[in-house]
Design a protein around this ligand. Structure first.
Ligand code: PLP
Length: 362
């Protein structure tokens, strides 16, 4: 690999596309003849306004976002959205949450501060190794929305079928799968994603929200920054935005369009994930933990026969130049995050290493 870079399997902040990093490096001293870098530029300048507008327009093209949805860029990452969603969307003070892993648990714990949280389905009984069946949820009439974490980064599962929400708006945390495959935005009320998993530098979330869900009648005590209306009415520049992240994310949006868009990303991601899962399914030493039908294309969780051997493997993988293969501390085991920017060669190199390791240790 160029520049002494290594295959980085981090779950976030995570790998970014090399051509994008090269472009950013080339522009860091003088952005398009402005005489300054984007880090030093007024967010009220025409140059920056163009960067922001291009980013939104390219994202709209990539995801084919209908006109009745607003695209917001908000600081505070995915975590702030755990609070902004109930603060802005709860009218009756109730919402249904699907508990499918650590990130949906965090979201529902935060929502409980603001109202009545109904856990409509859960996969806690088998340690979040699958996505609960959401075909016939019992959704009370007063529920304001149905919430899912569409890709559980820590447990390595993803939804291949969206829940039946009985007409309630579907809210989805897409942080670790954003732009990894085509998405029919019209099926959702709100989508959000912290960008540092599959897009760009940390410190920002993209929120895509249907117009009619943006309210003006919130409790007067709700801070101005925590109202979707504030961001929607000000091009996400009510205050200084995360200019750097917005700029880098815009570059990634453009890059994905040039590669052929989200159909092409799905094709690449399915192929990469299949290389790794096929190996794990054949292996007599390593084992993928998620049910086959619900396996994430982005976060591949797996284990060796014991926690001690997991730890030995992590040390050996580091020594061999593979970073961040240790599973999240709350789930243990191993995890390879193979986001959009991970090249197929990176996954092939990992499989070759796993194979060699198995032969030496089984
Ligand atoms: C990482 C992650 C978050 C939290 O993101 P922050 O930007 O660190 O707040 C939320 N949801 C999912 C699914 C994640 O993977």
């Amino acid at each position: 690999m160029k520049y002494g870079r290594i295959y980085n399997f981090s779950a976030g902040p995570a790998i970014m596309p090399e051509p994008v990093l090269e472009e950013i490096a080339a522009e860091v001293m003088n952005y398009h003849g402005s005489g300054m870098s984007v880090m030093e530029m007024s967010h009220r300048s025409a140059v920056f306004q163009r960067i922001r507008d291009d980013a939104e327009n390219d994202l709209r093209k990539l995801m084919n976002i209908p006109d009745n949805y607003r695209v917001l860029f908000i600081q505070g990452g995915g975590t702030l959205q755990f609070a902004m969603v109930p603060i802005n969307l709860m009218r009756n003070g109730a919402a249904c949450y699907i508990e499918s892993g650590a990130w949906s648990q965090k979201a529902l714990a935060e929502a409980k501060r603001y109202g009545n949280v109904i856990v409509s389905a859960s996969s806690a009984d088998r340690n979040f190794t699958y996505v609960p069946d959401c075909a016939a949820l019992d959704i009370p009439a007063n529920a304001d929305y149905v919430y899912i974490c569409e890709n559980e980064t820590i447990h390595g599962t993803t939804y291949y079928h969206l829940p039946e929400t009985c007409g309630k708006p579907l809210v989805s945390d897409q942080s670790s799968m954003f732009l990894s495959r085509p998405c029919d935005v019209s099926k959702y009320g709100l989508i959000f994603a912290g960008v540092q998993k599959n897009v760009g530098p940390a410190g920002m979330a993209v929120v895509i929200v249907r117009d009619e869900l943006i309210r003006d009648d919130l409790d007067p005590k709700v801070p101005v920054y925590l109202r979707y209306r504030t961001h929607a009415d000000n091009d996400s520049m009510y205050n200084t935005p995360n200019c750097w992240s917005l700029y880098c994310c815009g570059k990634v949006f453009r890059y994905l369009l040039e590669l052929g868009g989200l159909e092409e990303m799905r094709r690449r991601n399915e192929r990469k994930a299949a290389i790794l899962y096929d190996f794990l399914d054949r292996s007599e030493f390593f084992r993928a933990t998620a049910d086959k039908a619900d396996r994430s294309l982005m976060n591949v969780r797996f284990v060796t026969p014991s926690p001690e051997q997991d730890a030995e493997f992590v040390a050996a993988s580091k020594a061999a130049g593979f970073e961040n293969l240790k599973g999240h501390k709350s789930a243990g085991g191993l995890r390879a995050s193979i986001f959009n920017a991970m090249p197929r060669e990176g996954v092939e190199a990992l499989v070759a290493f796993l194979d060699k390791y198995e032969k030496a240790h089984k």
